[in-house]
Unconditional design. Structure first.
Length: 326
């Protein structure tokens, strides 16, 4: 009987995971359509941008034909989507090289920047969130709530400006522009990217800490926690052994939502600090009307966001005690 219930619970979990996965694929398809349409609506013309204002209409028309810009929109969309699925997002109209090679130069920089920000933000945010929940209603909790709320309210560009004024202009500790190259040592690299990492961490930590606090407090009000407290279990043990296993789903969801912010915040931060990452590459693609590069970068950001949300959903499903006990 127990084995049948366990199989039933696993089957229900796998069904839900399959639905979430199918929903993510459908969402990604709709996102690809939206990205393509928006990219076509942007003012300007890639052929005109490449040739300059002195080009004749005949030259512009010839280059548009060479780039395939004179084909119907639906034909260009199907061709582009097929290329994305096969790993060939097309040719950069400005760099005159495969989009994959252009992205390959920048993507590792963005991934490393996001990883460094996550390594700093996650432990700090979890510590703040759990500490605030354990001191609910106390001075520490109120102080942390005020600080995190203020951090959430401050936009990225203002955080970056304040950081530059303090650490670059006033104290002269850090460079005002992100310095990153393959021939730099780790110490030199960390100093060069400290400002963008700090800027990204400020709001990520605040968001994650507030959501972690809410998840832990929700579990603290449950009867099983009250029973553990009445039995004399130490507060730290209650948190680690009783609350955290049951709060893992909302905490992972909070982490996924907060880390997905890195994708949007990176666009502003990389541009401000002139960091050679994927986000700044996408901004440059918008300026130069390099549609294949723009569309590929946008799809990467959207796919990464959907993957984070899918991970959060799957974690919530697997951590659901009702499914585990069926």
């Amino acid at each position: 009987m127990a084995g049948a219930s366990s199989r039933s619970g696993m089957s229900a979990a796998l069904t839900l995971i399959g639905k979430r996965f199918a929903s993510s694929l459908l969402t990604l398809l709709l996102v690809s359509m939206t990205i393509f349409v928006i990219a076509q609506l942007l003012p300007g013309d890639a052929a005109q941008e490449a040739l300059g204002q002195s080009a004749t209409p005949e030259q512009v028309a010839a280059l548009r034909h060479e780039m395939g810009l004179d084909r119907p929109a639906h034909v260009r969309y199907v061709s582009w989507l097929g290329g994305m699925l096969t790993g060939d997002p097309g040719q950069s109209m400005v760099a005159n090289m495969p989009v994959g090679e252009v992205i390959e130069e920048r993507l590792p920089n963005s991934l490393l920047l996001a990883a460094l920000a996550a390594m700093v933000a996650i432990p700090v945010a979890l510590s703040i969130g759990i500490g605030s929940a354990m001191n609910r209603g106390g001075r520490i909790d109120r102080a942390l709530n005020v600080v995190t709320l203020a951090m959430v309210a401050v936009p990225e560009f203002l955080v970056a400006t304040i950081a530059v004024l303090i650490f670059s202009v006033k104290l002269r500790w850090l460079p005002s522009i992100a310095l990153a190259s393959s021939d730099m040592g780790w110490g030199e690299y960390l100093r060069g990217v400290a400002m963008p990492v700090l800027t990204l961490c400020v709001i990520v930590i605040a968001q994650m800490a507030r959501m972690t606090r809410a998840a832990v407090i929700d579990q603290m009000d449950r009867p099983y926690v009250e029973m553990a407290v009445l039995k004399g279990v130490a507060p730290v043990r209650v948190i680690l052994r009783h609350i955290m296993p049951n709060a893992i789903a909302p905490i992972v969801n909070a982490m996924a939502l907060s880390l997905s912010y890195l994708l949007g915040g990176a666009v502003i931060v990389e541009t401000i600090f002139n960091y050679p990452g994927l986000a700044s590459l996408m901004v440059n693609a918008v300026t130069s009307r390099d549609m294949p590069l723009l569309q590929a970068c946008a799809m990467i950001f959207c796919a990464a966001y959907l993957i984070l949300m899918l991970i959060a959903d799957v974690t919530a499903i697997l951590a659901n005690p009702r499914l585990r006990s069926q």
